[in-house]
Design a protein around this ligand. Structure first.
Ligand code: ADP
Ligand code: MG
Length: 820
């Protein structure tokens, strides 16, 4: 908590008549408080204003929220009746309601210790403990949320009001309590309660001294055994007397004066003895407080796993402030008890009043921040209705893409792949596979064995594709690809063999046969010139010819979704859908030939590469696109295109997060309102950081470290917000993807004309595989939106490479059947 945005005045006036209400009714007490408030606001001429109120209520309350507190018991001198189980904030609100012209609202209930800590925290950010030693005694400190079982959430810290005054109420202090302590307790309004407080605080010190003096007098040790009436009267010696008697220099004369006023006639020795008694009592008080504080400091140090703790303790309370020796003694003992803590003691100036205002100001700031953040993230929360609509629209787009009439204008292109069968296990031989994905280029040698020792073995090499090649000329791109193939053949020592080759090309291609594919348009990070509208197999053949070093038998051009489906189909014949959630997002599935109007023939099935990333390019999901999606789209290589993909896939999620972070920072809600150069850099926030930040195993501090490594200097509060943003973006992505997939499985179910469909989806893609929540949310969504389908998700191991080889093998097999 950093109370840095506190602005405006703190109004402060004391109404001391409080004590008069000692035994009144609870309701009357709050009526009185409300009266005081009205009176005060009238005086200050602020009655017309709607001001947030911080209410310092220095009695033990159980708080479930900042603005709620159930009084547990009265301490000190208060004992209003009708209290049990009542929330003091609503009591005050009710009382305020009777004052029609007072418009203030109670925003925070604050214990005086917390107020003290907050006031000091305003001056010294290290302040994380507050201690009061006044009429009563109490302390608060910042505890790790993960240690607080009573409150949900594990992140950050929360201030804990210890109510340490009740220490010993379970008997744990019995061995050090004296007969005088017991007498005081028995004569108090809450016997058996607040036993620690009764040994320490201002309300009891004078009385302790009186009881000791009384006993000493009775035993003839003082005043010649004479016992004045005053000495028998409760409350005659007050803590202010104790303080005066211990004053340096005047202490002794003060003692004499005080005793004379009580009607006693003390000798010099009497005065020295009485002074000594005072010292013993106040010394014990300071020692006990120091011991308790040492326990808190030790805990703080252990929480932070530090060898040495540097911290500040905010101090308040009349005893601590006005007793001439008290503070000094307390400090000394604390330092002796916890030598591995460097403690600074900071006096709080009217801590309770100012502190309450600060807690309120912070709460006010946090509440308004929360509201703004919630509003921004709300646009990423999709309702069930939204998602059902996405499914319905996707379902309609799937149909458009298949129909001759609507196909040319369809946004979901539904490209036939000429892959007509899944593997049957008889495939065998050696194959080459190429895999051009969104990030890398891989060349593989795949050895497939059939029969009883059915197996697939693979050897591969990964080559990076430099950005200037991705976005250079087509010839450069294909020359680079052939160069990589040459490297690989060399490396494997198979340059002479003319192996059948399958080319996984993960971009939309319109195919006329299995080995012909015209690039419809680049997606993801590619934009090489002179390729769109050209046949990629031809371009590859020409590049091989240009190099003139080796020859290859290009059998199939394969989309990565199809490769994935085929790989999983090799293990599970029920796999008829392939899904990719990686750099891009796409799906393929086996469709009945009779439904594919654009391809001749009505028998059997063919795999359709949906290219669903283009869903929404006609504006049909613009109602759920946010301004951040639009910004990401505008900054991309293909503005206006692949709108669905840009909301769901790895290449874009990090960018969406970055756009939101910029906006939050502009609103002053993050990074102290400073938009750093880093944050302005496109691509800085990669999707893998989403995975890291959202990992449940990561502590907040580690999130902060990730952000700092990115050059984003963040506080803990910032880290919480960034994590929330990541969660909102990836959750929406998974939900949208799930809604789309629900449309596909529903279509399969209707194709088969069954009530219930059991089907397997082969999946590949790093987003699906590595993000901590994406796959679960996606699966849940499919279950919810397609309840009649029982969908199994099967992770494809190396789908694109293996799949291309399998397709090549199947094509070879079917080809040779044709020839014979
Ligand atoms: P491609 O889709 O390019 O063929 P992948 O399926 O491996 O290849 O996906 C790579 C993409 O996955 C990267 O571009 C990136 O957006 C995303 N990604 C990388 N690492 C992670 C990760 N740890 N968690 C989530 N997504 C990641
Ligand atoms: Mg891939």
């Amino acid at each position: 908590m950093q109370p840095t945005l506190l602005s405006g005045n703190v109004y402060y006036v004391e109404y001391n008549c409080f004590k008069l209400l000692l035994f009144s009714l609870f309701v009357q007490l709050f009526d009185y408080v409300a009266d005081c408030l009205e009176d005060f606001m009238e005086n200050k001429n602020i009655k017309h204003k709607k001001l947030p109120i911080g209410f310092t209520f220095s009695f033990p309350c159980k708080q479930a929220k900042l603005d709620e507190g159930v009084l547990l018991s009265w301490t000190k001198h208060f004992k209003a009746r009708g209290v049990q189980e009542t929330d003091v904030v609503s009591s005050l609100r009710n009382a305020l309601r009777k004052h029609k012209d007072v418009h203030a609202d109670v925003l925070a209930l604050v214990n005086d210790t917390v107020g003290t800590m907050m006031t000091c925290g305003y001056d010294d950010q290290r302040c994380e403990v507050g201690v009061i030693i006044g009429t009563g005694t109490n302390a608060c400190y910042m505890e790790e949320m993960s240690h607080i079982d009573l409150v949900e959430g594990d992140e950050g810290r929360m201030c804990i009001n210890t109510e340490w005054g009740a220490f010993g109420d379970d008997g744990s202090l019995e061995d050090i309590r004296t007969e005088f302590d017991r007498e005081i307790d028995l004569g108090s309004i809450n016997p058996g309660k607040q036993l620690f407080e009764k040994m320490i605080s201002g309300l009891y010190l004078g009385e302790l001294v009186r009881l000791i003096l009384l006993k000493m007098a009775k035993e003839g040790l003082l005043f010649n055994g004479e016992i004045a009436t005053a000495l028998r009267t409760k409350g005659k010696i007050e803590t202010k007397h104790v303080a005066a008697m211990e004053k340096y220099k005047e202490g002794l004369s003060n003692t004499k004066e005080i005793l004379m006023e009580l009607g006693l006639f003390p000798s010099e020795e009497d005065c020295v003895a009485v002074q000594h008694v005072s010292t013993i009592v106040s010394f014990r008080s300071a020692n006990l407080c120091a011991a308790a504080l040492a326990a808190i400091l030790t805990r703080l140090r252990e929480n932070k796993k530090l060898m040495r703790l540097r911290t500040t303790v905010g101090m308040d309370g009349t005893l601590y402030k006005t007793h001439p020796q008290y503070a000094k003694r307390l400090h000394k003992v604390v330092r002796r008890l916890v030598p591995n803590c460097d403690v600074r003691f900071l006096l709080s100036e009217s801590g309770s009043g100012k502190g309450a205002a600060m807690v309120t100001a912070v709460a006010y700031r946090l509440a308004s921040q929360r509201k703004q953040i919630d509003e921004i993230l709300a646009s990423f929360k999709l309702s069930k209705e939204n998602l059902r609509e996405v499914k319905t629209k996707m379902r309609a787009e799937l149909e458009y893409g298949l129909k001759k009439e609507t196909q040319p204008n369809a946004t979901v292109k539904m490209l036939p792949t000429y892959v007509c069968g899944t593997p049957d296990g008889t495939e065998k031989g050696k194959f080459l596979s190429l895999d051009l994905g969104g990030t890398n280029f891989r060349v593989l040698l795949v050895k497939i064995r059939s029969g009883r020792r059915k197996s697939v073995r693979m050897y591969n090499k990964i080559f990076a594709i430099p950005l200037e090649i991705m976005q250079g000329t087509g010839e450069e791109l294909f020359d680079h690809i052939v160069q990589c193939i040459a490297d690989f053949l060399e490396y494997m020592g198979i340059k002479g063999a003319r192996l059948p080759l399958g080319f996984t090309f993960s971009f939309p291609c319109r195919q006329a046969s299995i080995d012909k594919g015209t690039l419809v348009g680049w997606t993801k990070g590619f934009k090489a010139t002179d390729c769109e509208g050209e046949d990629v197999v031809d371009m590859l053949r020409e590049a091989i010819k240009r190099r003139n070093e080796f020859d290859l038998d290009i059998v199939a051009v394969v989309n990565d979704t199809v490769g994935t489906m085929m790989t999983c189909g090799y293990e599970d014949p029920n796999c008829e859908i392939g899904l990719i959630a990686g750099t891009g997002s796409n799906v393929c599935y086996m469709e009945d030939m009779k439904n594919i109007e654009v391809v001749e023939g009505n028998e059997g099935k063919m795999c359709i590469n949906t290219e669903w990333g283009g869903f929404g390019d006609n504006g049909c999901i613009d109602n759920i696109r946010t301004k951040y999606d639009k910004e990401v789209d505008e900054g991309s290589l293909n503005p206006g295109k692949q709108r669905y993909e840009k909301m769901t896939s790895g290449m874009y999620l990090g960018e969406i997060v970055r756009q939101i972070l910029i906006d939050l920072t502009k609103h002053g809600l993050l990074f102290r309102g400073q938009i750093s150069e880093t944050l302005r850099t496109r691509g800085i926030f990669e999707t893998k950081f989403l995975s890291q930040i959202e990992s449940d195993r990561l502590a907040l501090l580690q999130v902060r470290r990730i952000l700092q490594q990115l050059g984003l200097d963040s506080t803990c509060d910032d880290s919480i917000i960034v994590k929330e943003v990541c969660g909102a973006v990836s959750r929406r992505a998974a939900q949208l993807c799930g809604a789309g997939l629900a449309a596909v499985v529903e279509k399969k179910r209707e194709n088969r004309g069954v009530e219930h469909l059991k089907i397997t989806v082969g999946v590949d893609g790093t987003l699906y595989k590595l993000h901590p929540h994406f796959s679960r949310i996606l699966r849940e969504m499919v279950k919810e939106l397609a309840p009649q389908c029982d969908v199994t998700f099967m992770l494809s191991e190396d789908g694109s490479g293996k799949g291309a080889a399998l397709i090549t093998a199947v094509a070879k097999r079917l080809h040779s059947i044709g020839e014979n």
